[in-house]
Design a protein. Structure first.
Length: 116
């Protein structure tokens, strides 16, 4: 299956259970693997025959602006919004990472990976 990957989109958002996370926010990265047939675009060289990743970015940006307690919830919302806008997508894999999560120690990121 063909795939378009959008890697390491960066957002400041207010996802988290703790009040401080909701108030101050944190940095998040989103990476997507979008599975769909790209054979027509490979022949036509026309944007209409593929996936406009600028439009996908705007969907992710809009969904990241809506606070969620859980990364799982935010990731699932992003998947559903993309699938609704682009029904040609067969499967999506999302990697949503919270940078420097609030733990009693040092951690680079907390990540959820969901396929749907």
């Amino acid at each position: 299956m063909d795939c378009i990957e959008l890697k390491n989109m960066v957002f400041h958002a207010r996802h988290g259970v703790l009040e401080q996370e909701k108030k101050v926010g944190n940095t998040f990265t989103v990476s997507l693997k979008l599975y769909l047939d790209l054979s027509i675009a490979g022949q036509s060289d026309h944007l209409k025959d593929t996936l406009n990743y600028a439009e996908v970015f705007e969907i992710v940006k809009k969904e990241m602006a809506v606070p969620s307690n859980l990364l799982e919830h935010a990731a699932s919302r992003i998947i559903q919004a993309i699938k609704q806008a682009f029904p040609r997508i067969v499967k999506i894999q999302i990697r949503l990472a919270k940078m420097r999560p609030p733990v009693n120690g040092e951690m680079g990121e907390a990540v959820v990976v969901i396929e749907n």
